[in-house]
Design a protein around this ligand. Structure first.
Ligand code: KIV
Length: 265
């Protein structure tokens, strides 16, 4: 059986200065391809809301939707660590509910851990989940689940806000998280946090100095309707898919598909 990546492997990668690659996935087919590419960590992000579920943002994503997507990704990924992203209101109401919901990712979806957003305000919640032996991936800086409160998406941690982001990252580490996402923070601040923390920092829109990078898979494969500044489009799957589907329709209409070799005798 192939060895599964663990929290210890990620800690070792940070200690040895080897970069950690992370990408989101929402289905078994993509997860298999990500796994075969040797990527260490898959986040079943609540970005599923705006990527594959057709919502405007991550707020409407439900726990049941997230669990279903996480189980599919787990079935596709044999080697990568799979982390379920706890959706809005699945961990904010009480610590008890947070622990119970986090446990469902391991028991029902086969995940290796959970991610949740927030720093100092989530210290006790993270600690309770870790005390239940559930690995937690923290997330500080720009928090998409707080988009309504913050009035939009913006860089976090410029000027006097920098110390708050450092304190948030330290709180996540102190609570026992195995790694932390730094989203939308200035590169020099991300560098400072990465040097201060003993756990790996995984950046998105946080520059090159983090211990690893995370990207939304639909952004880097060219399937998004808009490309955020922090993303690079490595291929144009939308164009390839559109061309293939058009050709399929044309061949059906021209009766050149199915051909002899596609037909049962
Ligand atoms: O939901 C998500 O995809 C995320 C990453 C972008 C960090 O939280």
């Amino acid at each position: 059986m192939e060895k599964r990546i663990t929290v210890r492997d990620l800690a070792k990668m940070k200690a040895e200065g080897r970069k950690i690659t992370t990408v989101t996935s929402y289905d078994a087919i993509t997860a298999r391809l990500v796994d075969e590419a040797g990527i260490q960590l898959i986040l079943v992000g609540d970005s599923a809301g705006n990527t594959v579920l057709g919502y405007e943002n991550t707020i409407p994503v439900t726990l049941e939707e997230s669990l279903m997507l996480t189980a599919a990704v787990r079935r596709g990924a044999k080697h990568a660590m799979v982390i379920g992203d706890m959706p809005f209101m699945s961990y904010q109401v009480s610590e008890e509910e947070a622990v119970r919901n986090a446990g469902r990712y391991l028991k029902e979806a086969g995940a290796d851990g959970v991610k949740l957003e927030g720093g100092r305000s989530m210290l006790k919640t993270i600690r309770r989940i870790v005390d239940a032996s559930i690995p937690v991936f923290g997330h500080v800086g720009l928090l998409p689940q707080s988009v309504l409160k913050d009035g939009g998406y913006r860089i976090h941690g410029r000027n006097e806000e920098a110390q708050q982001i450092i304190d948030d990252a330290l709180a996540v580490q102190e609570a026992g998280a195995f790694a932390v996402v730094l989203e939308g923070v200035p590169r020099d601040l991300a560098k400072e946090i990465t040097e201060k923390l003993t756990i790996p920092t995984i950046g998105i829109g946080a520059g090159p100095f983090c211990d690893g990078q995370i990207q939304v898979v639909t952004d880097i494969l060219g399937l998004g309707t808009f490309v955020p500044r922090h993303a690079k489009v490595f291929t144009n799957l939308a164009q390839y898919t559109a061309d293939a589907l058009k050709q399929y329709r044309e061949e059906v209409e021209a009766q050149s598909f199915p051909a002899e070799e596609n037909t049962a005798k």
